[in-house]
Design a protein around this ligand. Structure first.
Ligand SMILES: CCCCCCCCCCCCC/C=C/C(=O)SCCNC(=O)CCNC(=O)[C@H](O)C(C)(C)COP(=O)(O)OP(=O)(O)OC[C@H]1O[C@@H](n2cnc3c(N)ncnc32)[C@H](O)[C@@H]1OP(=O)(O)O
Length: 717
């Protein structure tokens, strides 16, 4: 709804009221129509201010309403009504003005913003475009290049940047509504005719064709296969080339296509899933809303390789004092330099001073005695980590949380080395740790709810989306990755090439196909893990393609034996112009090697098509996701999907693997898995999991109902 009052004698004040972000629900839209009517018909009112309750202007259209038939006054004519008002209307922008919220402000005749307010048109992240006139008014106000940037990236700008762009008329550090009222008094006598943005000509640009071509190329590269960014560019092109009314018609057409698309549904699901994972629970019955996190003022990071450096930066940027530790003095010095420059670059980007005084460096463990939390980020070696946890347990003050940045080792084993296993959790960061938004928080069988709450909260302070998951090999993300990688290797054995597999996966929307990714992260990483797992030993009398009773592809191991570790050695699944080179080129040597391998093992290459690559890689991965749900390692499909989109570059417009399984149809996923498992009975990951069967038997319910089919955890509280 919206509240109305008259202030300072002649200013009609409309306050949007819909906590927490004053989204433009049907009731709010009706409220605006009614209160604007009141203000315009009140003779004592000379000008109008629109603001939001509780320091937030407006978070945009109410996204929850998009999944049911639209009711209440539509937004486009409402904003048109504001713009055509005969009395000056001023938007007082505090907190946020996003999406429809900013579009409403663009319909006002003046915009006054707090310097720290955040303004933006983030609809592209919801699979939409700014469809309430935003795509037509913004370029008219700030020019085509700036509008292209804001609308296609969905990025937020501060009030200060908005002023530079010409998006707002004034910024203030004082009370925004008071300032807006003063401003409204000052313009009360000025007819708003010349202030209607829809009547502005779009600022000219010397080479529109080149500008739009470049923009189209960028969006297609950034989000392969996503419809919304392309539609955003098309809508802005309409603003630049057509009269306003025709531009609005084009905006409406493009929006109608997006609005009902599966991609929009997927991206809106992802929006709410990111928020839902914050409401975590553990099998013990412990929950986010009944557990208080411990205070973390000071933390220690042990091991300053790539991960440790990124974690240290993320902690410092979150305001935590850090002791960064590394035993090797040379590495410690290198790390210090690298961390300082990362902090300086980050501070420059955010327009603040670098908090270099928040971090100190140590080559020994002694400072651990005085910290609230330790994150170890040493080499992925269980024996090494165990020893470290023993030492920490003896050294730390009572109550210090001990966290491991392991990407898949057993958290319970680490906890069992300590005197207080309840204080131990996994904090699995993703590289680069100061950039990537995902954090897997891994609870072991003895982790206390408070330890989990502390890690979850710390992740949030670092600007991450934290997902609580159970303890198993690889946790959620890496456990699901295993069958996906395996399928890709098997497909090579059976007849295809790394280029074709990557092309299919990239067309699906992954930023990088599986082989390019493997070259980037280094083939030796998985090789070392397989060695530790005893997978490199061929049992006597058995084929090299069977290990531990299941089908196994030795291809990755054979490449490693040749020193082909990927980009860093200049050779891997592809060839590069030099070690460290980034441009992957098909490698005739590898094609020959694959042929030789097939001959050696009596394999006859067959034609593998696009569908088979996609289905075998993705359905095997989804199948493992269903197993993870069945095992209670993830509390719900949203947790898995958020992990995959934020940590494994699953395309957001496909929602995540579990959401995508629902989009494809669970029946179809089951049938195809059955088909492939029949063809390859020696690949257990292709055997459809029971939960998938159970969901299909129960009519393939939508993803938000799957939790009803999961085993209920037994509360032990
Ligand atoms: C037949 C077909 C016809 C088709 C034609 C159709 C034409 C239709 C025309 C309609 C035109 C509409 C055009 C406008 C579109 C939009 O405006 S889309 C929305 C754009 N806005 C956003 O994307 C902003 C989303 N929100 C945020 O980014 C953040 O929430 C925030 C505002 C920056 C606040 O962040 P923070 O303080 O961290 O809080 P959160 O935890 O994120 O949010 C708190 C709760 O509020 C919920 N929420 C936030 N925004 C919205 C929203 N816009 N709608 C609904 N709900 C919202 C959020 O989910 C949190 O709640 P919980 O999920 O319960 O935790």
């Amino acid at each position: 709804m919206a509240q109305y009052s008259r202030v300072s004698g002649t200013v009609g004040l409309i306050t949007l009221l819909n906590p927490p972000v004053n989204a433009l629900s049907a009731a709010v839209r009706q409220g605006i129509v009614d209160t604007l009517d009141k203000a315009l018909s009140d003779r004592k009112v000379k000008s109008v201010v629109i603001c939001g309750h509780n320091g937030k202007f407006c978070g945009g259209a109410d996204i929850r309403e998009f999944s049911s038939p639209l009711t209440g006054p539509p937004l486009i004519p409402l904003i048109q009504g504001v713009e055509s008002a005969a009395k000056p209307v001023v938007a007082a922008i505090d907190g946020v003005a996003l999406g429809g919220g900013l579009e409403l402000a663009l319909g006002c005749h003046y915009r006054i913003a707090h310097s720290k307010a955040r303004l933006g048109l983030p609809e592209v992240h919801l699979g939409l475009l700014p469809g309430a006139g935003g795509s037509q008014r913004l370029p008219r106000l700030i020019g085509v290049p700036a509008a292209l940037d804001l609308i296609t990236t969905g990025r937020h700008v501060t009030g200060a940047e908005a002023l530079q762009l010409g998006l707002v008329d004034k910024v203030t550090d004082r009370n925004t509504v008071d300032e807006a009222v003063k401003f409204a008094l000052s313009v009360a006598d000025q007819p708003p005719n010349s202030r209607r943005v829809s009547t502005f000509p779009c600022p000219r640009h010397p080479d529109l064709d080149a500008l739009f071509e470049g923009a189209m190329q960028r969006v297609r590269q950034r989000a392969r296969g996503a419809l919304a960014p392309v539609a955003c560019v098309q809508a802005i092109r309409a603003a630049a080339t057509l009269p306003y009314a025709q531009g609005m018609e084009r905006e409406r057409e493009l929006m109608a296509t997006l609005f009902t698309s599966g991609q929009a549904r997927a991206q809106q699901y992802h929006f709410f899933a990111q928020r839902a994972v914050g409401r975590w629970s553990m099998p013990s019955g412990a929950r986010w809303d009944t557990t208080k996190p411990g205070a973390v003022h000071k933390a220690m990071v042990i091991g300053l390789g790539t991960m440790g450096r990124g974690i240290s930066v993320a902690l410092v940027q979150a305001g935590v004092s850090v002791v960064a530790m590394e035993t090797n003095e040379k590495q410690l010095m290198e790390a210090k330099q690298a961390i300082s420059s990362m902090l300086e670059r980050g501070a420059k980007r955010r327009g603040v001073a670098p908090a270099l005084d928040k971090i100190r460096y140590s080559w020994n463990m002694e400072p651990a005695a005085d910290v609230d939390l330790v994150i170890e980020a040493v080499f992925e070696d269980m024996a090494l980590k165990k020893k470290l946890f023993q030492q920490l347990s003896a050294l730390c003050k009572p109550g210090t949380f001990l966290c491991s940045n392991t990407s898949g080792l057993d958290v319970d084993q680490l906890a069992s080395e300590t005197r207080h296993p309840e204080l131990v959790v996994g904090m699995h960061f993703f590289a680069p740790a100061h950039v990537m938004k995902l954090l897997e928080v891994v609870y072991g069988s003895r982790s206390s709810p408070q330890a989990v709450a502390t890690a979850m909260e710390l992740g949030k302070r670092m600007g991450k989306v934290s997902v609580a998951v159970g303890n198993c090999r690889g946790f959620v993300g890496n456990r699901m990755l295993k069958p996906y990688l395996e399928q890709a290797f098997f497909l090579l054995e059976e007849g295809t090439t790394p280029e074709f597999v990557d092309q299919v996966l990239e067309e699906f929307g992954f930023a990088m196909g599986v082989f390019r990714m493997s070259d980037l992260s280094g083939l030796d990483v998985g090789w070392r893990v397989r060695k530790a797992d005893g997978l490199l030993n061929v049992s006597e009398g058995h084929s090299a393609r069977i290990r531990q009773g299941c089908r196994y592809s030795p291809l990755g191991d054979l490449l490693c034996e040749q020193g082909r570790f990927g980009q860093k050695t200049g050779r891997g699944w592809y060839q590069y112009d030099k070690p460290g080179g980034r441009v992957a080129k098909p490698d005739p040597w590898l094609h020959g090697f694959l042929e030789k391998f097939r001959t050696q093992h009596g394999l006859v290459a067959h034609r593998i098509d696009h569908q088979e690559v996609l289905e075998r890689c993705l359905y095997a991965l989804m199948n493992e996701g269903f197993r993870i749900l069945e095992d209670g390692i993830a509390a719900g499909p949203e947790d898995i999907d958020v992990i995959y989109v934020l940590g494994y570059s699953w395309p957001p417009h496909r929602g995540g693997p579990m959401f995508y399984a629902g989009m494809v149809g669970l029946q179809k996923v089951l049938e195809r898995l059955e088909h492939y498992h029949q063809e390859h009975p020696d690949i257990p990951s292709l055997k459809p999991c029971n939960l998938l069967r159970k969901l299909v038997v129960n009519g393939s319910p939508p993803v938000h109902k799957w939790r009803e089919f999961l085993k209920k955890p037994q509360s032990q509280l």
